[in-house]
Design a protein around this ligand. Structure first.
Ligand SMILES: O=C1O[C@H](COP(=O)(O)O)[C@@H](O)[C@H](O)[C@H]1O
Length: 241
């Protein structure tokens, strides 16, 4: 039997984010109860960062000493560039909760220890991920063309079926250079959660629901082993049948 796919539709993105935050706290706590530590892939993007801001409003709701944090993708730009997903996450949440630095796993920036060598930075991120890391929750934002992480339609990264991490040097969305987790890692996650709002995303949401090919609509290729949850506002859900 295939794992369930839930579509949850909200009147506003604020409601979407508040509900996702409450469920995040419950799911992470359950993972910690079951396995000691919860392992999470964060996402950038509007709702991904709004979720982190919402979690920061309740800093004691989670045991932050028992989470391992990764990012589904990171922009290969200097460390202090506001485009960095991890910098945005730091400002939104990580500077406000007692998470241990050693448990926060960030892909190196373009002015980091590997300099401008994106392949070396991607290899290092793969090493940090190790083999066999399973995310309790893999959060995903999504673009209007259906990209998730930095997996864009008709790209080599989207076709990747073995390497867990790849470098992307021609992202159609700026900035062009990124480091991304691939489908083998996303689809090994216990739960995959999409956080999607806006009418411009409605076609991609509907394509995923109707089982489109992942090379055309990457969002269609992302599934959790135990559960897949789409948190949608009404506009994003408007083309679902
Ligand atoms: O470039 C990216 O975009 C997506 C979605 O962003 P959104 O603002 O349209 O929600 C994001 O999830 C991804 O992590 C990021 O690098």
């Amino acid at each position: 039997m295939s794992a369930p796919v839930e579509h949850l539709v909200f009147d506003s993105s604020a409601e979407l984010v508040a509900t996702a935050a409450a469920r995040f706290i419950a799911t992470v706590t359950a993972a910690q109860d079951a396995r000691g530590v919860a392992t999470i892939a964060l996402t950038g993007g509007s709702n991904g960062i709004a979720l982190l801001r919402e979690l920061a409003r309740h800093p004691r709701a989670l045991d932050w000493s028992r989470v391992e944090l990764y990012w589904g993708d990171e922009r290969f730009v200097p460390a202090e560039d506001p485009e960095r997903n991890s910098l945005q996450a730091r400002e939104a949440l990580l500077d406000h909760v007692p998470v241990e630095g050693a448990r926060v796993h960030v892909a190196a920036p373009s002015d980091g220890e590997f300099g401008d060598d994106i392949d070396a930075a991607a290899a290092d991120y793969a090493r940090r991920l190790g083999s066999g890391t399973v995310f309790d929750i893999h959060l995903l934002g999504m673009g209007g063309e259906g990209h998730v992480n930095s997996l864009f339609p008709h790209s080599a990264a989207t076709a990747e079926d073995s390497r867990p991490v790849v470098a992307v040097t021609d992202s159609p969305k700026a900035p062009p250079r990124r480091i991304t987790l691939t489908f083998p890692v996303i689809n090994a996650s216990r739960e995959v959660w999409f956080l999607v709002s806006g009418a411009e995303k409605a076609e991609a949401v509907a394509a995923a629901a109707s089982g489109a090919a992942r090379e055309d609509w990457p969002c269609a290729g992302a599934h959790g082993v135990e559960n897949t949850v789409w948190f949608l506002d009404r506009a994003a859900a408007s083309q679902l049948s």
